[in-house]
Design a protein around this ligand. Structure first.
Ligand code: ZN
Length: 478
C-alpha cells in the first residue's frame, strides 16, 4: 500500500515546484512567480524546511500534494501516483484496481475465443496482436453468473459495474480499457457488437475513474511532440495503429481537465469528424484549449469522414497532408467576413472571453486582435476617410442618423473630443450654435449631402473603432 508519508519523505517540494516555477532564494525561503494566478512580482513563497508553499497573492498554499493537485488538476489519488512515480515508488495497491485487472484477463481470454468479435475486429482492421496491445476484450455472455459464482458481485459493483442490469448490458460487448496517466487500469468502455442501444456504455465513475479527467489512448503516447485530439475510441486506435499520436475525448466535447493533460505537448491538433457537429465541437475545443493555455490547431476532415474511416481506407497520407489550420486565425478570418454588426458581436464575445482567462496565451491573442483590427481600421480610415473631421462632415448631412448613432454610443469611438462634443450637440439640437468651429462643415454637408456609400463607410468605421476600443479596455484592467 502506498502511504502518503512515505512519498513525502522521499520527495522534495522545492524540486517539484522548480519544474514549473523559477525560484529565487530570499533569506530562509524561496520566492517565485505564482503558477496559479497571473502576476509580475513574485508573491509565491516556498519554505524548504517545512516543505510548505504559500502565495500571498491568491492564497494558494499547502504541501507537495496540494501543489501537484492544484497544478495538474489531479485528485489526491492521482497526485499520490504521480509523486510515487517521481519518487521511484510504483504500483498502487487497491482491491478495486486489482479486481479490474482480473476482469480484464477474463475479457481478453473471452475475446480470443469469439469468432464474432474476430470478424468485427477484422472489419475494423485490428489484428489480434493490436487488440491485445490495446487491452481489448469481450465481456462473456455469462459474466453475471461468473461473478455470482465467484462471490465477486459486490466487488464488481464497487469497481464500477453498477448493478446486475449493467452487468447484463455489458455481456457480449467489446471492452476497451481506460488507463490513468500512470498506466493503471481504472475502467472500461464497452461497445455493442449487435447494434444494441446504447452503442457504448462505460463502467461507473469511481474515485479512480473520472471520464472527464482522462483521455483515451493517453497512456500509449511515447512522445510529447504532436498529438491529435479525436472524437471516438476507434478513431484513436486507428491513429495509433498507423503511428499517428492521438487521444480520444470519447464524445464531441473536450473538457478543461482533459485539455490540461495536453499542456506538455509541442502541438495540439483537433481532428474531429468532418460533419457539422464536428466543426462546432472544434470551435468549442478552441476555447477549452486556450483556457488551458494551449495554442490550438485543427484539421478539417472531408465531409462524412472521421479519422478511422479515412485510415481504414488506407488514406494515411491524405490524413497527414490535411492542412493544419491555426484555429485563432481561422476564427478571426471568419469574423472579418461577417456583416459589421454581427462581426462586432462576435469579436466582443471573443475579446471578453480572452480577457477573462488571464493566461499568457489569452493576453497574446488579445494583443493580436487589437493589432489586426487597429491596422485594418487605420488602413480603412486612410483609404476612405482622411480624418475624423471628414466623418463628422459626412454625418452632419443627416441629423436623424446622428441621433441614432448617439443612442448606440458610437461617438465614444472618436479620438477627437471636440468632434465628439460637436456630434453630441448636433444629435440633441439638430444644428450647431452660431459661430461654432465646425459650422463650415455643417454648411458644406447641407449644401453637398454625403452619398449613401460614404455614410455607410463612416458608420462601419465607427462600429469597428468602438470594438477596438472596447477590446483595449478589458485587457488594460488586468
Ligand atoms: Zn498566487
Amino acid at each position: 500500500m502506498l502511504r502518503p508519508a512515505d512519498i513525502k519523505q522521499s520527495i522534495d517540494l522545492v524540486s517539484i515546484i522548480s519544474e514549473s516555477v523559477q525560484l529565487k532564494r530570499s533569506g530562509k525561503r524561496l520566492m517565485g512567480l505564482c503558477p496559479f494566478h497571473s502576476e509580475k512580482h513574485p508573491s509565491f513563497c516556498v519554505d524548504p524546511e517545512k516543505q510548505l508553499f504559500y502565495c500571498h497573492g491568491c492564497g494558494a498554499g499547502g504541501d507537495v500534494f496540494n501543489f501537484v493537485m492544484k497544478l495538474h488538476n489531479y485528485s489526491f489519488h492521482e497526485a499520490l501516483t504521480f509523486l510515487a512515480e517521481k519518487a521511484g515508488i510504483r504500483e498502487i495497491e487497491d482491491e478495486r484496481l486489482k479486481f479490474l485487472k482480473q476482469v480484464q484477463t477474463l475479457f481478453r481470454k473471452t475475446l480470443l475465443l469469439s469468432q464474432k468479435a474476430k470478424i468485427y475486429l477484422t472489419k475494423r482492421k485490428i489484428t489480434p496482436e493490436k487488440a491485445e496491445h490495446f487491452g481489448m476484450g469481450l465481456a462473456p455472455k455469462n459474466l453475471l453468473q461468473i461473478l455470482k459464482e465467484k462471490n465477486q458481485l459486490l466487488q464488481a459493483q464497487m469497481s464500477g459495474f453498477k448493478n446486475e442490469n449493467f452487468i447484463r448490458l455489458l455481456q457480449g460487448r467489446l471492452t476497451l480499457p481506460f488507463y490513468d496517466r500512470c498506466g493503471n487500469l481504472v475502467g472500461f468502455a464497452a461497445r455493442t457488437l449487435n447494434n444494441q442501444v446504447p452503442k457504448y456504455i462505460n463502467t461507473e465513475e469511481t474515485e479512480f475513474f473520472k471520464k472527464k479527467n482522462l483521455l483515451f489512448g493517453f497512456n500509449f503516447l511515447k512522445q510529447r511532440e504532436k498529438v491529435y485530439i479525436v472524437e471516438g475510441y476507434f478513431d484513436c486506435i486507428s491513429c495509433l495503429i498507423n503511428g499517428i499520436p492521438s487521444v480520444a475525448v470519447g464524445s464531441t466535447s473536450l473538457t478543461t481537465h482533459q485539455a490540461k493533460l495536453l499542456k506538455g505537448f509541442d502541438r495540439v491538433v483537433v481532428a474531429f469528424d468532418g460533419d457539422h457537429a464536428g466543426k462546432k465541437a472544434t470551435m468549442r475545443a478552441f476555447k477549452i484549449l486556450v483556457a488551458a493555455d494551449i495554442y490550438p490547431h485543427a484539421i478539417f476532415l472531408p465531409e462524412g469522414e472521421d479519422p478511422d474511416s479515412l485510415l481504414r481506407k488506407g488514406k494515411k497520407e491524405q490524413f497527414l497532408r490535411l492542412h493544419e489550420k491555426d484555429l485563432f486565425k481561422l476564427i478571426i478570418n471568419t469574423i472579418e467576413k461577417l456583416p459589421p454588426q454581427k462581426a462586432i458581436t462576435k469579436l466582443n464575445n471573443l475579446a471578453g472571453f480572452l480577457a477573462n482567462i488571464h493566461s499568457p496565451l489569452s493576453k497574446l491573442l488579445l494583443q493580436q486582435i487589437r493589432k489586426t483590427f487597429s491596422i485594418k481600421i487605420e488602413k480603412q480610415a486612410r483609404k476612405h476617410l482622411e480624418t475624423e473631421e471628414q466623418i463628422l462632415q459626412i454625418l452632419l448631412s443627416s441629423p436623424e442618423l446622428v441621433e441614432n448613432l448617439e443612442k448606440r454610443q458610437l461617438f465614444e469611438a472618436m479620438e477627437n473630443s471636440e468632434i465628439r462634443k460637436t456630434l453630441k450637440y448636433f444629435a440633441k439640437h439638430k444644428t450647431l450654435p452660431e459661430g461654432h468651429t465646425h459650422m463650415n462643415l455643417l454648411a458644406r454637408a447641407s449644401i453637398y449631402p454625403a452619398q449613401k456609400n460614404l455614410i455607410e463607410r463612416a458608420i462601419r468605421y465607427l462600429e469597428r473603432k468602438k470594438v477596438c476600443r472596447e477590446i483595449v479596455c478589458p485587457s488594460e484592467k488586468s
